[in-house]
Write a protein that binds this ligand. Sequence first.
Ligand code: GAL
Length: 517
Amino acid sequence: MVRLSGDLDGPRVAVEDSLGRPNGGPARYPPNGEYSQPLLAGESDLDVRSKYQDLLPEHESSRASPGKLAIGFTVTMLVIALGMWVYQPKLHRRGQLAVDTGYVDQSAGVGRLPFMGYNTWNAYWCNINETVVLENARLMKSLGLKDVGYEYVGVDDCYSEKQRSSAGDIVANKERFPSGMKKLTDEIHSLGLKAGIYSDSGWFTCQLYPGSYGNEERDAKLFQEEWGFDLLKYDNCAIPFDSVMKEGMVGKFTRMAKALSDLSKKTGKPQMLFSLCQWGREEPWLWARRLGHSWRTTDDINASWGSITDLLNRNSFISWASDFFGHNDMDMLEVGNGDLSYDEAKSHFTAWALMKSPLVIGTHLQGASKETLEILKNKEIIAINQDPVVGPGITPFRWGINPDWTYNWTHPAQYWSGRSENGTVFMLLNTLNEPAHMFFSLTESPWIRAGRQYSVRDLWTHTENGTAVRNFTVHGVPPHGVVALLLKDAGDEPEGLDPPCARPEWCMNENGTRIDQ
Ligand code: GAL
């Protein structure tokens, strides 16, 4: 049982300044010249210049007169102003500064929020067929998963014949999908859901079915126009030789991004949601936002706590990259699979949701346990993932048992926060194998205002937990467990609290007395 309590007298924080001296040391401004060459006594800067005239570069040795400088300055300003005026129409579109969105058309809102849905891979691998896909689609509806936001039903690898048709098209596997893909997407659509398909940017998929390299336009048309899919997951196996491709990772994925964009321009239909899957190679968080709506950041997940902490650790360093229309994809959910404990599954789901990863169920829904469904359907957690107002997810403000910013795949960052439409979200993760008390000063989070108090809602117990002043302690977080809190501003903190600053570094009264020395 987790016990939460507001805690008025937290420990004083021992501070060091950037030079590593405890408690800040004396003020060092203005700089004392320690790092610049000292002048000889009695010399001015000008004297030194004339003395070493011969050593100065030619243009430096004669000084421009103030008159020349003023003319030069005026001319430069005029040129800059003229340039800005000429380029103004290009910088502004509909009254706003234009943003380069690459091949992603944001006008229909596709992929603005992390997508939610189901995918066959984690539960079935290659053992898929139309019955399995439709059974899970129907369960998404009857179990209430659709109602809380799960929308896309994705068919992963192994759905096709090994060979393209004589015309060059990918062909649905006749045994596994005897009714054909159009029938499948029609059924999925009739449930009020959307349909996802899978292909690969190379010669073959990872299970050696046909990939889309060299057939991007043809396949985009097949997937969207003929088969009726709404989402494409695009993998990274069977990469053509350099001598064939003459481009790298970005170019290889750009080919399909362009095909999807061209197709949508031609048909007038919204672009397919494009989910890149190249396992974080070549840092997709730096470039994939211009090509698609999400990008896998890591190798494949598996249903073990070690895999969860590994992926969480890697993503903790790039959590800034998710925002509207482009999300780090931490891979599909393993909730309900393997030997993840209840607390581990909750931690996994909470972290994925609050870090704004797509939420893609990957378990057998037939027979899913009460706990699995309770986790997947936590509306308060999903509301943060699907926040329509705040795009970025939570980021660590303290690593906890490790020094900040340390890479540690078994013990990733423990203290996280972020903004949301309705307040500041906190995630506390106990990475230890025993229960832990977890404590933080509210203003360690950049999203909290000093001098204010906050109401605390627990997003797992769905209860209000009093008002936090300055700091907060959670007692007895279970091993590998998580606490997710929503803090809302509840007015000024009580008068006369001591110390006068919860974060005492450089805290000073108006007479110039520091409290941290
Ligand atoms: C991997 C991918 C998995 C799954 C698999 C299918 O590359 O990361 O999510 O799609 O291929 O072969």
